[in-house]
Design a protein around this ligand. Structure first.
Ligand code: HAM
Length: 425
């Protein structure tokens, strides 16, 4: 027998029973995005490698986690390790940011060569939003309100917390970076290998993000970003805090929150849950005012976020959400009546487009077809047997409630189903 092939480690199949949950999340998101007038953008999964270097070479995902390869022309390509860079590239290339603001969203697979574990995959799906051309803090607030609304709509508001911080302007961030370099250089002997590398790459902000418990104290005593903020940056951040309070959205200011990608300035935020262990960040983002110009566009402010769909689905599952996509009606028929059954099914689907009708195909005695109808979870079974075929009738039998079967003329079937299913919806 040929060797069984399996999916790539960290890349999961999403099976039919799972899709109903994905649809549930996506439908909630989509409705919300529409209500805030964000518009969808779709960009390729593969971009030129150069694009991602603009995110900062010391950014972990660029340095260690990209899937990069030469294509058959020898061009270096990378599977997108996040959605912001491609969205901004596409916006610049297609003139979307020229004298206009844009509120955009996207959904799709992202690729990072990380160590797989529950909630951390090598191919995962992000829903992201990018608001381009507005300098905030009103638009920053809008995005925080929108994400909060999503948690509320999904029934997750009690399971998430919002952490926010301000990194200040790029000049302030740079000043703070210098202070951190001095501080961590003084304590270099106490740093782990990763942190020394970050220090040497002049990216000490990422040391603050370290998960190594041996560094906790050193990090707790490091200078805080808030001391490096100008009055203007502090005021901008305070306006966001005030807006959160006005909307009664609980939040925590975490001065160590710096985010893993280098393009951020001013607001950064994460929505985190305690219910998923180490992979508890559901949604993360912030302001990135320099990226558009770094990718070759005009100086344009922007803010956005992305959320990991698998993590949100894991949380919904942990909360006991149960969804099933069941047929409404299962149609069984004699083999001799099959072509008539298929024609009738067509007419039902044309006239009752919201009805889920599963027509039995293939062999099977009446008894075994009936068992399949029951197992399918359908509410009703439609029966076209020898008698019905001879008399041009059809029988509809409830499977889940005690009620009599009804036999009607075949040309009355649509009317019957419409009356039952409009009543039940
Ligand atoms: P990020 O923090 O790298 O930000 O990723 C956003 C979210 O994607 C995370 O909070 C997490 O929910 C999910 N995620 C990240 N890595 C994995 C993984 N290996 N497996 C499963 N889920 C994962 C960004 O990607 C930025 N582009 C966000 C942004 C948009 N900032 C501004 N605009």
């Amino acid at each position: 027998m040929a060797t069984k092939l399996t999916a790539i480690r960290g890349m999961n199949d999403i099976l039919p029973d799972d899709i109903v949950y994905w649809d549930y999340l996506f439908t909630h998101f989509r409705r919300l995005a529409d209500s805030y007038c964000y518009r969808e953008i779709r960009t390729p999964l593969v971009e030129s490698t150069q694009l991602f270097y603009r995110l900062g070479e010391a950014t972990d995902i660029v340095e260690k986690e990209t899937y990069t390869f030469d294509d058959r022309n020898g061009d270096s390509l990378t599977l997108r390790p996040e959605g912001t860079a491609g969205t901004i590239r596409a916006g610049i290339e297609n003139g979307l940011f020229y004298n206009q603001i844009q509120r955009l969203w996207y959904m799709g697979p992202i690729f990072r060569h990380e160590r797989p574990q529950k909630g951390r995959y090598r191919q995962f799906y992000q829903i992201g939003m990018e608001a381009v051309g507005m300098s905030g803090p009103d638009i920053d607030t809008e995005l925080l309100y929108l994400t909060w609304q999503l948690w509320q709509n999904l029934g997750l508001a009690d399971s998430v917390r919002l952490e926010i911080n301000s990194l200040g302007s790029f000049a302030e961030r740079e000043q703070y970076t210098q202070r951190l370099i001095e501080y961590f250089t003084e304590h270099k002997a106490a740093l782990d290998e990763d942190s020394v590398r970050r220090l040497e790459k002049k990216n000490p902000l990422r040391i603050l993000d370290s998960k190594n418990p041996a560094l906790n104290e050193l990090i707790a005593n490091a200078p805080s970003i808030s001391e490096s903020l100008s009055d203007e940056s502090s005021a901008q951040f305070e306006q966001i805090c005030t807006a959160l309070e006005a909307a009664k959205i609980p939040y925590i200011i975490n001065p160590r929150l710096v985010r893993g990608i280098d393009y951020y300035c001013h607001l950064v935020f994460e929505w985190i849950t305690n219910d998923l262990g180490a992979q508890g960040t559901l949604c993360a983002g912030g302001r990135y005012d320099a990226l558009v110009s770094q990718i070759g566009g005009a100086d344009t402010p922007a803010v956005g976020f992305a959320m990991g769909m698998e993590r949100i689905l894991l949380l919904l599952e942990a909360q006991g959400l149960k969804l099933e996509a069941l047929p409404d009606v299962y149609f069984i028929s004699d083999v001799e009546a099959r072509s008539q059954a298929l024609l009738l099914s067509q007419s039902v689907r044309r006239n009752c487009p919201n009805l889920k009708l599963l027509t039995h195909c293939g062999a099977g005695s009446f008894k075994s077809q009936m068992k399949k109808a029951d197992k399918s979870g359908a509410q009703y079974v439609l029966i076209l047997g020898e008698d019905e075929l001879a008399q041009n009738t059809i029988t509809l039998k409830p499977l889940r409630q005690k009620a009599m079967p009804q036999t009607v003329a075949q040309d009355e079937l649509v009317k019957l189903l419409t009356s039952i299913f409009t009543k039940e919806q």
